[in-house]
Write a protein that binds this ligand. Structure first.
Ligand code: COA
Length: 149
């Protein structure tokens, strides 16, 4: 691999590469407008994982609600997976969240998504319940996870 990817705040210039990863990672991807609205909204914080040559290999975001935050859109480009990019990125996002007064973090994940569930467990998240038929394309239950500060 090249030198280590840096974790930086997402900007409008990042969106073309972000959308490419988003469309390959999710069956119901966010649109450019969804990301644009989010990065302009003070309650959201999105970061990207970027190499010094400008290549973006991952991103993730959160939505703040007082001292809680909802984590959304965690993805890493396929050829860069299993290199601890998501782990580093999420740790940074949580660190930024803590600086903004966030204590607890939550997310939903497809019950079949073992890589992501393992990732969140490694970061200290616990499963607290199931949201029935939360996802479409394909329909599936969500595992609700929380990381309490
Ligand atoms: C889930 C995802 C973001 C993980 O990204 P990643 O950069 O490959 O993950 P990391 O290398 O940081 O892995 C950290 C930990 O997660 C777990 N993990 C990650 N990928 C895994 C896999 N394929 N199988 C089992 N565990 C896995 C492991 O515990 C790993 O720790 P380890 O390296 O000590 O074993 C990536 O697979 C992805 O983009 N998937 C498609 C989009 C998606 O499903 N997003 C989550 C939606 S909720």
């Amino acid at each position: 691999m090249q030198n280590e990817a840096a974790v930086l705040l997402m900007t409008e210039q990042d969106l073309e590469q972000v959308l490419r990863i988003e469309e390959r990672s999710f069956t119901v991807p966010w649109t450019e407008k969804d990301f644009l609205d989010a990065i302009k909204n003070d309650y959201y914080c999105f970061v990207v994982s970027k190499f010094s040559d400008g290549e973006i290999v991952g991103y993730c975001g959160l939505y703040q609600s007082d001292t809680d935050a909802y984590i959304t859109n965690v993805a890493v480009a396929e050829k860069y997976r299993r290199k601890r990019i998501a782990e580093k990125m999420l740790n940074k996002l949580i660190e930024i969240g803590n600086l903004h007064g966030i204590i607890n973090f939550t997310l939903e994940v497809r019950v079949s998504n073992k890589p992501a569930i393992n990732l969140y467990k490694k970061l200290g998240f616990n499963s607290v319940g199931i949201r029935k038929n939360f996802y479409r394309e394909p329909e599936e239950d969500a595992n609700i996870m929380w990381l309490y500060g």
